[in-house]
Design a protein around this ligand. Structure first.
Ligand code: ATP
Ligand code: MG
Length: 312
């Protein structure tokens, strides 16, 4: 007997239909069926099976990855944490909210000339479901962005419910995913506000370099503003120290300072500065497929586990 009752028989809704499809087809059946899919190495699969602890927060979780500083590792952290969560068997959607489209190209999506992208979702009410693409990693999906999203920052200004458009779009697909990671642009404009209004948590990557904490106060004030006016459940849940250089004392000092400042929120795993991590996006791959046993892959696997289970 077929174990899943069809929702039409069960008198179900569209939401139930989606849940059923999810059980029947663990990977969304779209895109090129011949596309090679990444399967985790045995050690990771065994690790995931052995690690049956419950998640630290209830699923699904929507996490905005934000820091208004440019080039601090937001996109690298979004792509790689997302890929590692997917590797643990958690269905993960990466929403690219940056007109640079780095999260899209970094996952192998050619974002020039896309018919539907995040611009259409935010500006023309196209359902988010219509623009989601599968990636080479099982359980990992991306809602791509392209340059036209830059226009949305201005076009959104006079728009109705301009701060909560992303939230509505995500609400319609959230039943399909365990994690939604939103890669925010390096600004505190309307796109980032949409990311913060849609999320329940903020993950902040901090580069372990001089001036690392500079400007963070502004981000925290903005999170607070969004919390008070749009999204009462929002909170900065996770800080990840990235681009750590073991050869310098400065890196250690910054990690220490960040830990003193943010305490338990700082993930214990520290992401090293690594050439392999910076090379992976030009091959359209996350680090776990590009170089599965590299230091960067190991670090982001630890980050993903801590995000999912907490640090205990
Ligand atoms: N741990 C790392 N080791 C080495 N290079 C890294 C590391 N993390 C990120 N990079 C590189 O640093 C650059 C900036 O990273 P990334 O694009 O992730 O930052 P970002 O905060 O998303 O930037 P933007 O603000 O422009 O969106 C990229 O070239 C990336 O490959
Ligand atoms: Mg980026």
């Amino acid at each position: 007997m077929f174990p899943v009752k069809h929702p039409a028989q069960a008198g179900g809704t569209r939401r139930a239909l989606r849940r059923t499809r999810r059980r029947m087809f663990p990977v969304k059946q779209c895109g090129d069926p011949r596309k090679r899919r990444y399967e985790p190495p045995d050690c990771v699969a065994m690790d995931a099976a052995a690690d049956a602890r419950p998640p630290v927060r209830p699923l699904p979780r929507v996490i905005a990855v934000a820091n208004q500083k440019g080039g601090v590792g937001k996109t690298t952290t979004t792509i790689n944490t997302g890929a590692c969560l997917a590797e643990l068997g958690l269905r993960t959607l990466i929403v690219d909210l940056d007109p640079q489209g780095n999260a899209s190209t970094g996952l192998g999506i050619e974002n020039r000339g896309l018919e539907t992208s995040m611009y259409h979702v935010l500006m023309h009410d196209v359902p988010l479901e219509n623009c989601i693409e599968p990636t080479d990693v099982r359980n990992l999906f991306v809602a791509p962005a392209s340059l036209d999203l830059a226009g949305a920052e201005i076009e959104l200004v006079p728009a109705f419910s301009r701060e909560t458009r992303l939230r509505k779009a995500i609400e319609a697909v959230i039943d399909d995913y365990d994690y939604v990671l939103v890669d925010c642009p390096p600004t505190l404009g309307l796109l980032t506000v949409n990311g913060l209004a849609a999320a329940s948590e903020v993950l902040v990557p901090i580069q372990t370099e001089y001036y690392a904490l500079e400007g963070l106060g502004q981000l925290l004030r903005n999170v607070d503003l969004v919390k008070r006016n749009l999204n009462p459940e929002l909170d900065v849940s996770t800080i990840v120290c990235v681009m750590y250089d073991a050869r310098t004392k400065l890196s250690d000092q910054v990690v220490q300072e960040v830990r003193e400042h943010f305490g338990e929120k700082v993930v214990r795993a520290v992401v090293p500065r690594s050439v392999r991590l910076s090379e992976a996006p030009s091959f359209g791959q996350p680090i776990i497929t590009f170089d599965p046993r590299s230091r960067g892959a190991i670090a982001y696997r630890d980050v993903a586990k801590e995000v999912h289970h907490g640090s205990s």
